[in-house]
Design a binder for this molecule. Structure first.
Ligand SMILES: [Fe+2]
Ligand SMILES: [Fe+2]
Length: 260
C-alpha cells in the first residue's frame, strides 16, 4: 500500500509565518505572589523538556520513510525552533514567579534518554504524546490564573501545541499503510500516553494539588485529547488545524473534554 502523502510545503509556510512573531518582554508589573510556588518548579521542568529535540531533524533528513525528507526535515527544524521559543517563554514565566531554572530533572531526562534510543517514527509518536501532555497541562494551569501575561503566554503555547499535534499526526498518518501498522500504532500510542500521564501526575502532584487542577479531571482531559490525536492519526477525524484553522480543532478539543 502506498504512503498517504502530506503537503509538507504548506506546513513549512505555516511555521515560517509563525517564526516572525516577536518575543514579548519580561513582565515586571504584575504581582504573582498569590500564585503557588510549586508552579515555578513545574514550569521549570517543562522548560527543560521544551529545550531539546535537535536530533530528530538530522534523523528525518536521512529517513527512507518520508516522501520528501528534505522538506519534512525543514518543517521539523521550524517546529524545534518553535519549541525553543516556548522554552524561552517558560524561562520568563519561571523568573516572573520568582523560581529558578533547572539543569536536570528525572522526567525530562527520561524523555530525552528514551527519544535518543528511538527511530524516527517512534520519536514522533513520543513527541505527539508530549503535545497532548502540554496542551492539557498548560490549558488547565492557564484557566486557574488571573488575566496576566503569564496566562496569555501559556494560552499562546497551547495554540502552538495544537498545531504541533496536527503536524505530528500528519506524519504518523502518512506511515499507516496497512491494517497491522494501524493496530500497532494504537497499542503503542495508548501505552505511551498512559505512561506519560502517570509520570507527569507523579512529578507535578504538588502543583496539581496547590492549583486545585483536580487529578481525575486532568486525567479525563488527557485521555480525551489523546483520543482525538489517535483519531487524527488513524484517519477517523479530519485535520483542521495548522495550515488551516486553529479554532475549529480547538472547539473539537473543548467538546471532547466537556464530554468526558
Ligand atoms: Fe512546546
Ligand atoms: Fe509542541
Amino acid at each position: 500500500m502506498a504512503r498517504n502523502s502530506t503537503n509538507w510545503n504548506r506546513w513549512f509556510a505555516f511555521f515560517d509565518e509563525r517564526a516572525k512573531r516577536p518575543m514579548p518582554r519580561l513582565d515586571t508589573t504584575t504581582d504573582y505572589s498569590a500564585v503557588p510556588a510549586s508552579l515555578a518548579r513545574s514550569l521549570a521542568v517543562f522548560q527543560l523538556g521544551e529545550s531539546g529535540g535537535g536530533t530528530v531533524v538530522a534523523q528525518a533528513r536521512q529517513s527512507r520513510h518520508v516522501d520528501e525528507p528534505a522538506i519534512y526535515a525543514d518543517c521539523l527544524e521550524r517546529f524545534v525552533a518553535e519549541e525553543h521559543r516556548h522554552a524561552d517563554l517558560l524561562a520568563m514565566c519561571v523568573r516572573m514567579l520568582g523560581g529558578d531554572l533547572l539543569r536536570r530533572n528525572w522526567t525530562a531526562g527520561l524523555f530525552v534518554f528514551g527519544r535518543r534510543l528511538m527511530g524516527l517514527r517512534l520519536k514522533v509518536l513520543v513527541l505527539l504524546a508530549a503535545e497532548v501532555v502540554g496542551i492539557c497541562y498548560y490549558m488547565a494551569i492557564a484557566a486557574k490564573l488571573p488575566p496576566s501575561p503569564l496566562r496569555q503566554w501559556l494560552s499562546q503555547i497551547v495554540d502552538d501545541e495544537r498545531a504541533h499535534l496536527e503536524f505530528h499526526s500528519a506524519f504518523l498518518r502518512s506511515q499507516i499503510t496497512s491494517p497491522w501498522r494501524r493496530r500497532l500504532f494504537v497499542v503503542v500510542w495508548r501505552l505511551v500516553m498512559t505512561a506519560a500521564g502517570v509520570v507527569v501526575m507523579l512529578d507535578h502532584r504538588r502543583t496539581i494539588r496547590d492549583l486545585g487542577l483536580g487529578r481525575l479531571l486532568l486525567w479525563d482531559r488527557w485521555m480525551a485529547i489523546a483520543d482525538l490525536a489517535e483519531k487524527l492519526v488513524v484517519g477517523t477525524a479530519s485535520p483542521r488545524v495548522g495550515p488551516e484553522a486553529n479554532s475549529a480543532w480547538g472547539r473539537d478539543v473543548d467538546s471532547a473534554v466537556a464530554g468526558h
